[in-house]
Structures are given as C-alpha cells and as structure tokens.
Design a protein around this ligand. Structure first.
Ligand code: ADP
Length: 547
C-alpha cells in the first residue's frame, strides 16, 4: 500500500541536522552524479518480490515507516564505493549496503538505523565479471541475480549449474554473504564462494584469498577463484552477516551438470517424526541423499497450490489438523503429515542404487510412500523442486504468499543437529507457540548432513496491526525458548538481530565483545550498517539502540 507520509521527509540520520544532511547530499551528488542519488521522500510503496522497494522493509513487521532510509546511492564501481565510504566518514552518516535488496523475511533492503543512506550496489554493479567454464568458477558483482548468472552460464555452452535458492530473484553475492542456502550439492552458498573484494569502512580496498597476491602485470590472480584458503588467517568469514565491509566482487564455484532424479516421500503420521529424522541422518552423512533435501509439513502442500487459506478454511485461527488432513486427502499427496523432497545425482546406475537404499530405509516408516515427479500432475510443486534441485531458477515458492491477504513473511530459522530428539524440541516449541500466537505452522527442514536449518515461515497480514504484533511476539518467544534449550538461529530479520546476537553469549558475551573489537578497529566512526547482526559501533553502544 502507498501511504502518505506524516512526518518530515527524508527522515534524517541520527545526530545529523537537515542543513548538514542537505550539504552532504549535495556533495554526494557532485561526486556520483545527480542521477545516482535519490532521496527517500515519496510515499512508501511495498511493491512485491520482483518490484521490491529499496526504501524500507516491504515486509514490515513494525510500522511501515520505522525502518526507512533517508536516501539511496547507486555506485557504479568499486572506486565509487570507496568515495561513498569516505563521504560517510566525513559526515558521520550511517550507510547501509545492499546487493539487490530482496532479502525479504529478513528485513529486505531496510537499514537497521533509521535515516541511513542505502548503498544500492546492484543497480549499476551488475556484471558477471568472469566465467571460467573449464574450471567451473565465476566472479560476480553484487547486482547479479541467479536468473542472470544462470543465463550467462548457459551462453558459454559449458554444462554447468548455478545452485539456486527457492526463489531466484535475489543477488548471488548478497545471498552468499548473508549465508543463504540452495539445494544441490553446492547448496551452502558461502562455503562455495571463492575470493572476495571488499571495501573497508576506512575506504581501503581488500582482496581475500589468492586475490591478495597480484597476478602478472597487474592482472587478477589466476588462482583467485580456484583456492579458498591460502596463506595466513582467512578473513572471509568476518565479511558475512556482519558490518565490517562492503563486498564488491565475489568468486563462486559452479557445479558440473550431472544426471538427477528428484522424488518425494510422504509420511502419514506426525508421531513418526523422530524416526524419520533418525533415518535421514546416516543417509545424509553418507551422502546417499545427494543434495540438501527438505522435509515439509503437510500444510505447505496446500499453500504451494497458490490458493488462499480462505479457500480451505473459514476461521482466522490456525487451521486445525483435521481440516488440513481433510484437504490433503483430496490432493495428490494424500492424507499425510510430512513430505520429504529429495534428489539423487550422478549417472543412472548410481542414482538407482541410491534410490534403492533410500526406498528401503524410509520404507521402515509405517505408510511411507515413494513418489516420482511423473506420477504427479503437472501443476504439482514437485516439478518446481526438480528445477531448484538441478540449478534452474524458480519463483514458484512465492505462491504461498497468496495464503493471506497482504501477506508478508518472517523467518524463524534455528539450527538443530540431525537427530530426532533435538528436532523434537524445536518441533514442540514451534508448534506450541504458533498455536498460542495464532499462526499456521509452515515448517521446512533443510537437511545439510549433520545439521538441519529449521525454517519456520510466519506468514502474516502486513495491513493488520494485530497480525504484525503477534508475528513479532511469536518470533521473540521462539528465539527465547529455543535459546533456553540450547538452539540458535543461523540468520534473522533486522529487528531481532540484537536478541539473537545475545543468545550467542557464552562466557559473558565473548563473541560479541570480539565482534565489537573488530568493529571499532575497522570502523571507528561507526558508519557502516550500525546494528547489523547485533553489532553496534562504539558511538551507538549503550544508548538504547539495542532492542
Ligand atoms: P538479496 O537481494 O540477495 O536477497 P540483499 O541485497 O538484500 O540480498 O542482501 C542481504 C543483506 O546482506 C543486506 O541487507 C545487507 O545487510 C547484506 N549485504 C548485501 N550485499 C552486501 C554487500 N555487497 N556488502 C555488504 N553487505 C551486503
């Protein structure tokens, strides 16, 4: 919705007067060009996934105008990023870098500090810089989406896959440094990156990995995308989920294409949940489950049809179990509790051998049913999984945004070991608290091997204040209860960054104190994304910013 703004706009950064702000913006325009600086002074429009606004959090869980920028700047090169960083230091104006800003469910393009200037890298820095087809690597700028990289890789004629997340409109670079996941064997995006170029908050430009060693005659190092961890400490990790630098280039590994066979296994009884997880663990550890499979709660079979909740159920309360079952019964999956989506890779012989073991092991669960894509109607979600699990960009997962009017979503994303008794603890917390706060429980478990990313997707109505209030309440309580039991989130929405950061508090917040030490050394003026990942620079600390 587009709502007229009832305050003076653009909203100013903290401790900056309008006079200074105007002078600063005028200078930024002189440096970068008038057309590359835009004030955030028009009505806020939420748009939708592909036309997301970079002015605020389109999936707001607090009032729409709470998390807003003052302006957006569009650099066209690393050198222009350096100029922006120096400018921010001169004026003490916080800047907030984004790649494409489609990080919906985690805060979108919104800065944590109101009135920050968003540095939108993606609009002009959007090139695939290199594709090394024979060594299966590439190097991208922040504005390269999965769709674009896929297309460019196709053009080379090399048979290579780009691992894609569920929804492929986001930035390859942004997703990796925010530690997003996909589903092929290359699904751990940050683990498969190779080499970064980073602008530090001082304006210094750093290359990590082999990139630090200059190539012949000033060329890029020939091994930059081939080896991740050469000499000395490996700093790459501190530039992911942090506010220590602006990443302007990233190397990434591509997967040689291979044969693949997706499948689905359905389980009728929720009581068998622990047994299912116990069967998954050894199969995942031994790489019989070749990719990152998903275990999805049955209600998602309803939601991915793209039909609204009201089609299935009149009430506003969470859909009762019997109602979900009664609808599932008439669907291709049948009356089930969980659906497991997996893919095996390799030649036919290898795949068949793996499928034999998979069928045999899951066959131990009462009523388990093994289904191939060709047994399902063409509109069934399994066909979208086939694409996602073989490196083909998709948007289908967005369909469950039809579930609610004005739907937005928020992710609760704890990590659990792949073990029945641990997963049961999260299952119990998530189920009980969703019921208490009045939300349907859309849980998906993404299984990497020894651990699972448990993704509980809270779908709420962003036009309804009460729905937003309950979504926030649910998040806060789940984070707290999970932490009490020893579980923590791998990633979270901006608003919950402080709470989640505090849960990683072993030894009197040793990790946070370490992060703050790095932050203060690299960013003494506290200009870069203050508060991101719960890390506040000295000038903001203890002044009520932490929530
Ligand atoms: P996507 O469009 O891929 O979903 P975003 O561009 O929204 O991702 O990035 C997710 C988050 O990661 C951003 O909100 C920002 O905090 C951080 N981020 C993204 N790109 C960069 C970058 N190039 N340098 C530093 N931080 C970044």
């Amino acid at each position: 919705a587009s709502v007229p703004r009832d305050e003076e706009v653009p909203v100013l950064p903290p401790d900056v007067t309008r006079e200074i702000f105007d002078a600063a913006i005028a200078e930024l325009k002189r440096k970068l060009g008038e057309e590359n600086v835009e004030l955030n002074d028009k009505p806020l429009v939420d748009g939708w996934y592909l036309e997301h606004p970079n002015t605020h959090d389109a999936f707001h869980v607090v009032p729409q105008s709470d998390l807003v920028s003052s302006a957006t700047v569009y650099p066209g090169s690393t050198d222009e990023v350096v100029q922006i960083v120096r400018w921010a230091n001169d004026y003490l104006i916080p800047i907030y870098p984004i790649s494409m800003g489609r990080n919906l469910g985690y805060g979108g393009a919104a800065p944590r500090v109101r009135g920050s200037v968003v540095v939108d890298l993606g609009r002009r820095m959007n090139k695939v810089l290199k594709i090394d087809g024979s060594n299966a690597t590439c190097m991208v700028e922040p504005g390269v989406s999965y769709f674009k990289l896929h297309e460019e890789v196709q053009k080379t004629g090399y048979d290579l896959w780009v691992d894609v997340p569920d929804v492929a409109g986001g930035s390859v670079l942004g997703n990796a440094i925010d530690r997003g996941v996909g589903y092929t064997p290359y699904g751990d995006h940050f683990t498969n990156h190779c080499g970064l170029e980073v602008v530090l908050p001082s304006g210094e430009v750093l290359r990590t990995g082999m990139g630090a060693l200059p190539g012949k005659d000033g060329a890029d190092n020939p091994s930059w995308q081939a080896f991740q961890n050469p000499y000395g400490p490996t700093p790459d990790g501190i530039f992911s989920q942090s506010n220590f630098g602006i990443v302007t280039k990233m190397g990434m590994w591509l997967m040689p294409a291979t044969g693949h066979q997706s499948y689905m296994i359905t389980f009728p009884r929720d009581d068998d949940f622990e047994q299912i997880i116990e069967i998954i663990r050894p199969l995942a550890l031994n790489r019989i489950l070749g990719n990152i499979p998903q275990l999805r709660s049955v209600i998602q079979e309803l939601a991915v049809t793209g039909k609204p909740k009201s089609f299935f159920y009149d009430g506003k309360d969470p859909m009762p179990r019997e109602v979900v079952r009664s609808h599932a019964k008439n669907m291709p999956c049948g009356d089930i509790s969980w659906a497991f989506y997996g893919t095996v890779y390799g030649n036919k012989e290898t795949r068949d051998m793996q499928l034999e073991i998979i069928k045999r092991e899951f066959g131990k669960v009462a009523g388990a049913r093994f289904i191939l894509p060709e047994e399902m109607p063409p509109e069934h979600y399994i066909h979208s999984r086939v694409n996602v699990c073989s490196g083909t960009p998709e948007l289908r997962e967005l369909d469950w945004l039809n579930w609610q009017p004005n739907a937005a979503h928020l992710f609760f994303a704890p990590i659990t070991p792949t073990r029945g008794e641990d997963a049961r603890v999260i299952h119990e917390i998530v189920s009980r608290l969703h019921k208490k706060w009045g939300f349907d429980n859309f849980s998906t478990l993404c299984i990497a091997g020894r651990e699972m990313h448990w993704i509980a997707n809270i779908v709420y109505d962003r036009a309804d204040e009460d729905s937003k209030r309950r979504a926030v309440g649910l998040m806060r309580e789940m984070i707290e209860e999970a932490a009490k039991n020893g579980f923590g989130e791998y990633r979270t929405h901006l608003l919950f960054a402080d709470q989640v950061a505090r849960t990683y508090g072993w030894n009197n917040q040793a990790l946070m104190r370490f992060n703050e030490t790095i932050k203060d050394a690299l960013d003494p003026n506290g200009i870069l994304a203050p508060g991101r990942a719960g890390i506040w620079p000295r000038r903001f600390r203890g002044k009520g910013w932490e929530i």
